[in-house]
Design a protein around this ligand. Structure first.
Ligand code: ADP
Ligand code: ZN
Ligand code: ZN
Length: 700
């Protein structure tokens, strides 16, 4: 609901402070409420009283301020904003029993303990000596729940993050650019400042965050590190823990409700010293905040794409501002949003131009796909041969999972399309299905063409599954590992594979974005992007930016060890100016040009954009709602365009339309939206559609 509700204080009591959790009667139910504010009312006769105060000032004032801001800026109804800061179990009346801790570590007393005649206790201690394990891992190795409980009771093991500090490993000595970056951050440790740490891949950005974090920890402050996806960077958490000498509290959407509550409480009490989490961790309470880090700040997974649509990076900056602490956004390929903020002076740009240690940037070349039999041919194939022979590892990037992106009938031209989306179905050969990558629908592969009966349907193009097969045939002696959401669906699978790869034996990795995410794989000497051409002609104005980021990130996987690296970019358009620019200069100058183009075209981030989206089973209701909404917006500061169809005009059976709302100044847009949005709930057209506002949208 788009509004707050008024209640009187409990009988005979003063009003509890803002942020208090209370129980109230609402309609004919009792529910949990959060006190947001207090004030006088003209007429209190119809107001109910708060029934009970459950926790006084549970949500700290600065978090309330943050959600007030987020609500206004993103246009969330207040309840949705509150959901972001209050864990699920605290939003329900039902009492909650805390489940056992999920991540366990050995304690100092456990290290010196000698359980007599208790081999099963000894086993658990032995396993944990090597590092933190999850409860599930312990159980799957044969530990019993009872033994784990006994060890917890004896204090020989403890929930990870609560045991005594490990010895922090000393890191490398920082080079001059790293030292300057660190000094700049530490000079601002008592106040708000936002830094954009733009260092080429492997330049030692993580070392800079870690040393800044260490300095804050020494002063008793907490450090919040936001990362794009937990499962994709298994090495990072271990590295953070080893270098900081303590267990990180890890927060992400895969946690159970109990685990979330435990993190929330640990963060609120200050017990959690280092919190590593995905975007939603930006809303955790912090007792003694010192530093916020956003790693790989360009990554689109910081943006929540459904429900309360916010951008974790942008909220992090606002959070640091409200807390009066520094925030560091790091990336080798910063978003144009952040570069624009650096240009305007809102962020301070810290550059690291060279790789740390002995490693140098890989050499680049462009390979022409024209006249080749497929993605694996010609120059690239020769390079793969050479690098494997020299004992190197090879990483190939293709942003398409599945066997083939299109299944086609050679006789009549029929193509397998999703019935619910405006998209082709992808062939997954091993699973023998056609799957829609937009709505998830899947069906068996038809034996013959449903239109003309032709039995010999043909897969067109190659996704990672097909490439894996082709590589295995061509290089039977070399292990080929496919890395995508299909092959790495189980937890920890990716972590195990990365460890295997880090042992350094020659192998070929073929995969999607998962491969391009900041991994440090010193054995990789050749990296290649197999085909970028789709992105060159996309209708999405962000496609060139994403292309540049993917290309530079993939290139950045090569040559991080002591052997030099090579990078190959394959395309049918070697003369395309974007690619030429990318190869000629570095990412920052490439992105600088894109930013000039955005400014000239008055596109984000140079001009603010919000989108009102509507979806319905038929096109007309969605268009009608948006037209009615557009008529209601009577503010000269805001330009309205549309309704126009989304690039994916139908998804999951819904037709999707949008209004583009633009203004010269961000403040003008933010100012105009709240009242207008509130008025839309009452439109008769609203009842026939699903609609939402998306401020700073990433999807068009
Ligand atoms: P980034 O975060 O920029 O990708 P990392 O911090 O992961 O870079 O550093 C890449 C590699 O270089 C790591 O193995 C790291 O230990 C090493 N490294 C970082 N800084 C230095 C330094 N000053 N001297 C030597 N090696 C370094
Ligand atoms: Zn046919
Ligand atoms: Zn679909």
């Amino acid at each position: 609901m788009p509004q707050l509700f008024d209640y009187l204080p409990p009988e005979g009591q003063a009003l509890p402070p803002a942020g208090s959790r209370v129980s109230v009667s609402f309609g004919n139910r009792r529910v949990i409420g959060l006190v947001m504010d207090s004030g006088e009312v003209d007429d209190a006769t119809n107001l109910k009283r708060i029934e009970a105060v459950l926790d006084r000032a549970l949500v700290p004032a600065h978090l309330l301020e943050l959600i007030h801001w987020a609500g206004r800026y993103y246009g969330f109804p207040p309840g949705e904003a509150i959901n972001l800061v209050l864990p699920g179990v605290l939003r329900r009346l039902k009492p909650f029993r805390c489940p056992p801790p999920q991540r366990l570590a050995i304690s100092a007393s456990g290290r010196s303990a000698e359980p007599r005649n208790a081999p099963r206790q000894q086993d658990i201690l032995d396993w944990l000596v090597d590092g933190v394990l999850t409860r599930d891992e312990l159980l799957s190795r044969g530990a019993s729940a009872a033994t784990v409980r006994t060890l917890l009771a004896k204090g020989w093991i403890a929930p990870a993050g609560q045991e005594e500090p490990l010895a922090a490993e000393a890191g490398p000595e920082l080079n001059p650019e790293q030292r300057q970056a660190l000094a700049a951050v530490l000079r601002s440790r008592h106040r708000f400042a936002s830094f954009l740490l733009a260092g080429v891949t492997g330049s030692g950005k993580t070392e800079v965050y870690l040393q800044a974090a260490r300095a804050m920890l020494r002063r008793g402050r907490q450090v919040l590190i936001l990362i794009p996806e937990i499962g994709l960077t298994p090495q990072l958490i271990r590295r953070i823990e080893a270098r900081l000498g303590l267990c990180a509290v890890v927060y992400h959407s895969g946690l159970s409700e109990g685990e979330r509550l435990a993190c929330w409480q640990a963060a609120a009490s200050g017990r959690a010293r280092v919190i590593v989490g995905t975007r939603s961790a930006v809303f955790l309470p912090l007792a003694r905040p010192g530093l916020v880090v956003v790693d790989e700040e360009h990554d689109a997974s910081f943006k929540q794409q459904d429900g309360a649509r916010y951008h974790g990076r942008d909220v992090a900056v606002m959070r640091a501002h409200l807390l009066g602490i520094p925030v560091v956004l790091g990336s080798a390929t910063p978003s144009l949003e952040s570069l624009n903020n650096a240009r305007s002076g809102r962020y301070r740009l810290l550059r690291i131009s060279r790789r740390a240690g002995p490693a140098v940037q890989p050499s680049w070349s462009v390979a022409d796909l024209r006249g080749q039999k497929g993605a694996l041919d010609g120059e690239l194939l020769n390079a793969i041969d050479r690098h494997l022979e020299a004992g190197g590892q090879v990483l190939l990037y293709r942003n398409r999972r599945g066997y083939a992106p299109v299944m086609m009938c050679p006789s009549c031209g029929w193509q397998a399309d999703c019935h619910r989306c405006d998209a082709h179905l992808t062939l997954h050969q091993r699973a023998s299905i056609l799957q829609c990558h937009h709505c998830g629908a899947s069906q068996r592969v038809p034996a013959r063409c449903p239109e003309c009966g032709e039995p010999d349907l043909q897969p067109l193009g190659a996704g990672t599954e097909r490439l894996e097969q082709q590589l295995q045939q061509r290089f039977p002696e070399v292990p080929v590992h496919r890395v995508d959401r299909d092959s790495m669906s189980r937890r920890d699978e990716f972590g195990r594979l990365l460890e295997e790869i880090r042992r350094g034996r020659p192998c070929i990795l073929v995969g999607t974005q998962m491969l391009a995410k900041g991994h440090h794989l010193p054995g990789v000497t050749l990296a290649a992007v197999l085909d970028v051409d789709q992105a060159l002609f996309s209708a999405d104005f962000r496609a060139p930016e994403r292309l540049g980021q993917a290309v530079c990130q993939v290139a950045g996987r090569a040559g991080r060890g002591d052997r030099p690296g090579q990078f190959v970019l394959q395309t049918r358009h070697p003369e395309h100016p974007l690619l030429a620019e990318l190869c000629r200069s570095d990412y920052l100058s490439f992105a600088g040009h894109l930013l000039d183009e955005r400014a000239a075209a008055e596109l984000p981030p140079c001009a603010p954009l919000a989108m009102l989206r509507a979806e319905a089973h038929q096109p007309q209701p969605a268009q009608a709602f948006l037209r009615a909404a557009a008529l209601r917006l009577d503010d000269p500061a805001v330009e309205v365009h549309g309704p126009i169809p989304a690039i994916l005009s139908r998804r999951g059976g819904y037709w999707r339309f949008q209004l583009w709302l633009q203004a010269r100044e961000r403040a003008g847009l933010v100012h105009a939206l709240p009242d207008w949005l509130a008025s839309l709930y009452g439109l008769p057209e609203a009842r026939r559609v699903r609609w939402h506002l998306d401020m700073d949208p990433l999807e068009l």
